[in-house]
Design a protein around this ligand. Structure first.
Ligand SMILES: Cc1cc2nc3c(=O)[nH]c(=O)nc-3n(C[C@H](O)[C@H](O)[C@H](O)COP(=O)(O)OP(=O)(O)OC[C@H]3O[C@@H](n4cnc5c(N)ncnc54)[C@H](O)[C@@H]3O)c2cc1C
Length: 497
């Protein structure tokens, strides 16, 4: 068998996985950028905290991490410390930097994109989201914020495709049976009533949109022409650049490859600092834990000796994604998802959780998703399973994803996955799964200054900007645009005193 080119997203701890440290400069560092990503708007703001030692290496300034002097001191003070540099942590940092005068540190056990974020397929779709559900308001606000984000990029003369891998491809939720079609028609009505452009496509109309697709005569699709996608890695790199713009004002610091190990608290239970493997990061206002699927165990460890326990039931839900590079066997005009995706997510949710609330088996489910990224690579998803924190590649899961895609795109059946071996990549990530299907966003009761933002499962990219806004409003005491109540910890994260 030919050699398989794979790119497996590692665990967040570089000490146990060499791939992570090879992605970026392994030393924690922060640095200034000369970019004017936000014009003059944010220049000249007051210098809140400045403990930095930053030097550009003029002889070699091309690569972003080279030539920058790592911070040597071991204790630093910021207004806000964000734990986790996935899409959630980084967008929270961005929100504080852009919308307040506060200084922010981001600390990660590894580097950005080493968690679920780096594996994400990149759809920011509404087609599979349900109007009126607890998450709907957050989803709509996030969608609006992504639109504003993209417009802002365009206004500054940059190309969102290049900067974020952003494309307005529209999305198709595809059914193959009369039952699916009836469900999709109802969904189209609901989405239209909720204010989105949505239409039901008959098999004939669907074929005009996607000639490579085969669904038979009884299916159809819900089509949302305004749905968009990004490339998670590009978007994260861009957000990092935006954040680093504030280093020169002394308002931003990155502490990568530094797992958070301890919280320092005052006698009154106020969280004063986080301790990493190398530094103590004091916070004046807030510590926000946004550590994806690791948030549950991390919170448990961090507050272990505080006199009470908090059970944040976030679990890792492993996902494989198959990327076929330079794909040109047929054209994909939109982003696609099989209707079963919605049921699979919900079905697996219920069937995999026992009466005692424990996640039982690995419950592998595969549902077809297909997107073409900004560089002409076909991205096929995806799997869901509960296998702990393992990110090992499972060849049988990849084959199942390929076979499932072949059921929708017959051309793929004529090709062997082996033919694509040279051009294939596998992305694996651990979705932060919450048993009740919605993220947990809010203040940690009993520990003032401590906040949590985790559990976005398969929607973290699409919900990131709304989540970041919610967290910042909460910390700043601003009125929010989205109701916090459905996401609060109370009654969802068991507290044992
Ligand atoms: C295959 C796949 C496809 C997906 N596709 C999509 C999609 O198309 N659209 C969408 O909206 N969502 C998608 N998702 C979901 C999305 O990727 C996640 O919801 C999102 O990335 C979660 O972001 P996060 O920042 O919460 O977690 P993560 O990205 O996992 O980041 C958590 C970070 O915390 C760090 N950390 C852990 N422990 C510590 C510690 N002790 N100290 C410091 N740092 C620590 C980790 O190193 C990591 O960097 C997909 C997920 C997968 C797996």
């Amino acid at each position: 068998m030919a050699a398989i080119a794979s790119n497996v997203i590692p665990k967040p701890y570089p000490t146990t996985n060499a791939i992570v440290s090879s992605l970026r400069n392994p030393s924690s560092c922060c640095f200034a950028l000369n970019s004017s990503l936000f014009g003059d708007k944010f220049l000249g703001k007051s210098l809140v905290a400045s403990t930095w030692s930053i030097q550009r290496n003029r002889s070699n300034g091309s690569a972003p991490f080279r030539g920058l002097k790592p911070i040597k001191a071991s204790s630093h003070t910021f207004d806000v410390v964000v734990v986790g540099a996935g899409i959630i942590g980084l967008t929270i940092a961005r929100q504080f930097l852009l919308e307040s005068d506060l200084s922010v540190a981001v600390v990660d056990a590894a580097v950005p994109c080493s968690g679920a974020t780096g594996a994400g397929q990149g759809y920011l779709w509404m087609v599979h989201k349900t109007p009126g559900s607890d998450k709907w308001e957050l989803a709509m606000r996030s969608r609006e914020l992504w639109e504003m984000f993209v417009e802002n990029v365009q206004r500054q003369g940059m190309d969102p495709l290049e900067m974020l891998g952003w494309k307005k491809t529209g999305s198709l939720l595809i059914g193959r049976t009369p039952k699916d079609s009836a469900m999709l028609k109802r969904r189209v009505d609901q989405l239209s009533e909720a204010g989105l452009r949505a239409e039901f496509l008959s098999p004939h109309d669907l074929l005009l949109e996607e000639p490579g697709l085969m669904i038979g005569k009884e299916g159809g699709a819900a089509f949302l022409p305004d749905d968009c996608q990004i490339d998670a890695r590009r978007a994260v790199a861009f957000i990092e650049k935006v954040n680093r713009h504030f280093v020169s004002e002394g308002r931003y610091g990155e502490f990568y490859n530094e797992p958070v190990t301890t919280l320092l608290r005052s006698g009154r239970g106020e969280v004063k600092a986080v301790q990493t493997s190398k530094n103590t990061l004091y916070n004046k206002k807030a510590v926000i834990v946004a550590a994806g699927c690791w948030s549950g165990t991390l919170m448990h460890d961090l507050i272990m000796d505080s006199g009470f326990d908090l059970d944040v039931p976030v679990k890792p839900r492993k996902g494989h994604l198959l990327v076929v590079e330079n794909f040109n066997s047929f054209k994909l005009n939109h982003g696609l998802m099989e209707a079963g995706y919605v049921n699979h997510a919900e079905g697996a949710l219920h069937s995999s959780v026992s009466a005692s609330g424990q996640v039982d088996a690995e419950c592998l489910s595969i549902s077809m998703t297909a997107t073409m990224d900004a560089w002409g690579n076909l991205v096929l998803g995806s799997s869901r399973q509960f296998v702990g924190f393992s990110t090992e590649m499972d060849e049988s899961v990849i084959n199942r994803i390929w076979e499932r895609a072949g059921e929708f795109f017959p051309t793929l059946r004529e090709m062997s996955l082996r033919d694509f071996c040279e051009r294939r990549k596998v992305r694996i990530g651990l979705r932060p799964y919450m048993p009740d299907g919605k993220p947990v966003i809010g203040a940690v009761p009993g520990l003032s200054s401590l906040f949590l933002a985790a559990g976005h499962e398969g929607e973290g990219l699409s919900l990131a900007l709304g989540t970041a806004e919610m967290v910042a409003n909460l910390v700043l005491g601003n009125p929010g645009k989205v109701d916090l109540a459905p996401f609060a910890l109370e009654n969802r994260c068991c507290m044992l005193r």
